[in-house]
Design a protein around this ligand. Structure first.
Ligand SMILES: *Cc1c(COP(=O)(O)O)cnc(C)c1O
Length: 240
């Protein structure tokens, strides 16, 4: 059922219009600066806490990809959402995999072999293949999940053998650095891992996507090869 927009939502939509122009412009500039085509960069709207009506508005204005973080929240919006390719980008517990397989076209945040195996098992049961990205804990932060840079090759090979999934690239959430040089170094490390893994030509691995860069640093990330940038606040304003 179509829900009416609250005054808060109306404001968010107006903010979105303005922000969307700025973001697409900045993506285009960053792409051109690194000799790539703007249309090769996917702008994924990170829609946690954003109501479905506002998400639908953004999609009607040109957003093609959305990313949700929490299973419960995504499922509560699911019936109202219209169009857009949906990615799951949050930490996923194994016991919730069954609830979202088939309801998203990619799970970007695969951070363990066990999780990959569960996604594969349930996808196979449903007769589908789920595209995944492997999350790298590039800053080696205790508080974040993901594979370490040291183990990512070995884990990619191991996960590539699992049926029901297809590895399509890497994703990361780097530490919050105030220094640009440190941020660049994290993105550069990711770019190198991405290129090195691509070069290995592992069966059942299609290194197509490097998902990195959020509201504060997506232009930098594009400079280091990102082709999915995940932007929340930069499009919808601060989260409540
Ligand atoms: C929230 C979120 C984003 C977007 O963050 P912003 O700072 O709002 O742009 C990107 N990726 C993940 C995994 C997120 O949870």
């Amino acid at each position: 059922m179509e829900k009416l927009l609250s005054s808060d939502d109306i404001k968010r939509c107006a903010d979105f219009d303005e922000n969307y122009k700025i973001v697409t412009e900045k993506i285009a500039q960053a792409a051109l600066k690194s000799s790539r085509k703007p249309e090769d960069i996917i702008l994924l709207a990170a829609t946690k806490t954003v109501p479905s009506q506002v998400i639908n508005y953004a999609v009607s204005k040109g957003i093609t990809h959305i990313g949700e973080n929490r299973v419960q929240e995504y499922l509560s919006k699911y019936d109202q959402l219209e169009g857009a390719t949906r990615h799951f980008i949050g930490h996923l517990q194994k016991n919730k995999v069954r609830r979202i397989v088939g309801k998203v076209s990619m799970i970007e945040s695969v951070d363990s072999v066990g999780l990959a195996a569960e996604i594969g098992k349930i996808s196979a049961e449903n007769g589908i293949t789920t595209d995944i990205l492997l999350e790298v804990n590039i800053g080696m932060e205790e508080s974040k999940s993901g594979f370490s840079a040291d183990e990512i090759f070995e884990k990619t090979e191991e996960i590539s053998k699992i049926n029901g999934i297809n590895i399509q690239g890497l994703m990361c959430i780097p530490p919050i650095y105030s220094e640009i040089a440190k941020k660049c170094s994290a993105f550069e490390k990711m770019q190198k891992l991405f290129i090195d893994i691509s070069g290995k030509k592992i069966d059942n691995v299609n290194m197509r996507f490097l998902s990195m860069g959020m509201s504060g640093d997506y232009d930098l990330a594009i400079g280091f090869g990102a082709n999915i940038v995940r932007i929340g606040r930069g499009l919808f304003g601060e989260r409540n």
